[in-house]
Design a protein around this ligand. Sequence first.
Ligand code: GDP
Ligand code: MG
Length: 438
Amino acid sequence: GLANRLQDTFNRLRGKGKLSESDVKEAMREVRLALLEADVNFKVVKDFVEKVRERAVGQEVLQSLTPGQHVIKIVNEELTALMGGEQAKLAVTKPPTVVMMVGLQGAGKTTHAGKLARLLQKDRKKPLLVACDIYRPAAIKQLQVLGQQLEVEVFSLGDQVSPVEIAKQALHHAKIHGHDYVLVDTAGRLHIDEGLMEELQQVKAEVNPDEILLVVDSMTGQDAVNVAESFHNQLEVTGAILTKLDGDTRGGAALSIRAVTGIPIKFAGIGEKIDAIEPFHPDRMASRILGMGDVLTLIEKAQQNIDKDKAMEMERKLRNADFTLDDFLDQLQQVKQIGPLDQLLGMMPGMNKLKGMQNVNVDDKQIGRVEAIIRSMTPLERIEPKMIDSSRRKRIAKGSGTTVQEINRLLKQFEEMQKMMKQFSGMAKKMKKGKKGK
Ligand code: GDP
Ligand code: MG
């Protein structure tokens, strides 16, 4: 994928003491190819590479002590700018705030109406879900099931009343019952068509939404950009939700949509489950693409679910890379409350690589065994795993009801994890210094 290709290029750059113009040129060629291959719009690629090249051959870089790092920093900054720079938030208005979900069939409108309701609920808001897709069989039912699961009210008038009328009555209902957000789920089609656009325009005219969110499937690549342009022309979209970023997407849509259409990306969908949604942070997305992990998202997720002190401590330890097996155990327990383990690992520095490795088992059921192993270690062993020789390994295996092989595997994984954390924190410190020096 895009991240892997760019990482290879940057790993080569990182190692260099001094950069020549041809080093920069070569790296830019690679960046250009990687972006094109990831299905980023060619005009966007051209402008992007030009901007980075201009900055990268400047004095600032060539005179820097760590020119490789410096170029990476520039690419990071420009990628962030390309995706909109600042985080774009959901509209806040005098209640009820009306949000209309639009997009092609299968993009994820209904699912994300549910996910948004859940986010709003967590924020102590009272959302109302509105079933305006009267065409797709079982579309109303799908929304009702989501509503039940979330304990959020779903407004429906069946499939014999027009979407415009449903939306109108829903808004009235929301005002009477004190809902502060009205999430209107609309119908999609397989392709853009006039009938659909007309209907959406009528609904828009009726309820005057504060926010029209275009839901786009990021797996559709270049096509996503064309779809976004059509919807934007007809409806003046106020934001986008990029869905299925958890899939095997080449990432091009995320990079192109904002640059081509100007529509700010507000949320990212990262799975089928109801809480698989994140506010879209351009800077974090850029770091993720460049393979620097996403410590901040990780911390934020942790903070939502565990207490603040522990999260701060976790952040400090991640940054300083000085955690022990005790911390590891502690983290495993917290992780269990946060969510799917492999989703989380994908956000940790270096862990996206680990994830693909065979000897790392991210099966949630394995956590119990790992816990048992660490619990069978003495406090000293947990701080200084190097002291765990073969007789100690046998004792631990016996105590935890596991095997010596499992102990070996765990210790090896832990060692690799520590190594990567150290690498990352070294890099982060250097980048911080670079900033101060400016
Ligand atoms: P709609 O036709 O636009 O309302 O799309 P749906 O909300 O019904 O979603 C279509 C399919 O995509 C469903 O099977 C969803 O579970 C799935 N889906 C939606 N969002 C995501 C996502 O972010 N990641 C993944 N992996 N699947 C998603
Ligand atoms: Mg739907």
